[in-house]
Design a binder for this molecule. Sequence first.
Ligand SMILES: *Cc1c(COP(=O)(O)O)cnc(C)c1O
Length: 369
Amino acid sequence: MTSPHIENPYLLLTPGPLSTTRSVKEVMLRDWCTWDDDYNQGVVQVIRRTLVGLATRAKGYTSVLMQGSGTFAVEALVGTAIARDDKLLVLANGAYGRRVARIAQVLAIDHAVIDSGERDPPDPNQVDKALAEDPAITHVAMVHGETSTGMLNPIATVGEVVRRRGRIFIVDAMSTFGGIPFDLDELGIDFLVSSANKCIQGVPGFGFVLARQHTLAACEGRARSLSLDLFDQWRAMEEEAGKWRFTSPTHTVRAFAQALVELEEEGGVVKRGERYRENHRVLVDGMERLGFRCFLSEAHRSPIITTFHDPDTSTYVFTRFYADLKRKGFVIYPGKVTGANTFRIGTIGHVYPNDIRSLIAAIEDSISW
Ligand SMILES: *Cc1c(COP(=O)(O)O)cnc(C)c1O
């Protein structure tokens, strides 16, 4: 495996866009016609089928791709899945959960929010109670990996409640899909949304939704936007064999197809997940040895990204720490929690435990404050 350092001046230890392989970047060196079968059948349809295969072993699921960053796909999903007199319950515990609520607000979708705070996961019993008390709620949305803190939220226990209560379950698994194994059907997930530049290790440019086919098929005419009409996009892809309604990010899409091949070559989601877990373990062990403290308790952390408290020293300045590590070949991420001074280090992408060991050595060398 070649070191990403050969291709890039520094490794991206961020939640995406992230470090990708040279081979993913190389397949972008040709142009594609969006009306041609080479692209629609040979690339788009293969991606759509492969995504469904990664998502579940069950029948009855479909996928749809949508131009834009991940948030565009979230907005397309929320705006298309929820009918005029439906109501959405959002479980939030960070910036991405709050963003789902904000989308509902902007689209004038009736919604309620349960915010469990940035250090705690949502409580399934509270969700159960909310659903029992408010029969108007038709959909429940939550984030799997809350990338703003690194929290891994309990989609299995919440999903069990949502299914038992007969509601539609929407999961923003943007930062976990392809990096943490789970089965949509087993967890009762009706809609899942993710994007090209996270754990599949593609480059940015589009998002995708995995959906229970009959649930998506019922969404015709609901969208609050023309370009972000997920149903219409899906119908075009179904009826015209992989055709996007409007210009698709062809090079990004081709790179994503290569990234899916490389995921398979690595041994699938299980193996990739093991590598990310090992990256995370090496990171936390090394950082704790250097005296850094994690923001979240161990039980809530994900292998995707980890939030650390700033060191307790008056001479520490994030921008200086950042610039110093960047010079040494590592780009880290600023913090995104409220009420605590933190920074984040991502452990996904074309990044290996030895890269994390090198990072720890670089940090040890940097902290002479
Ligand atoms: C990355 C991410 C998104 C989408 O962010 P974009 O900047 O729009 O790509 C949404 N939710 C979560 C949890 C994410 O990690």
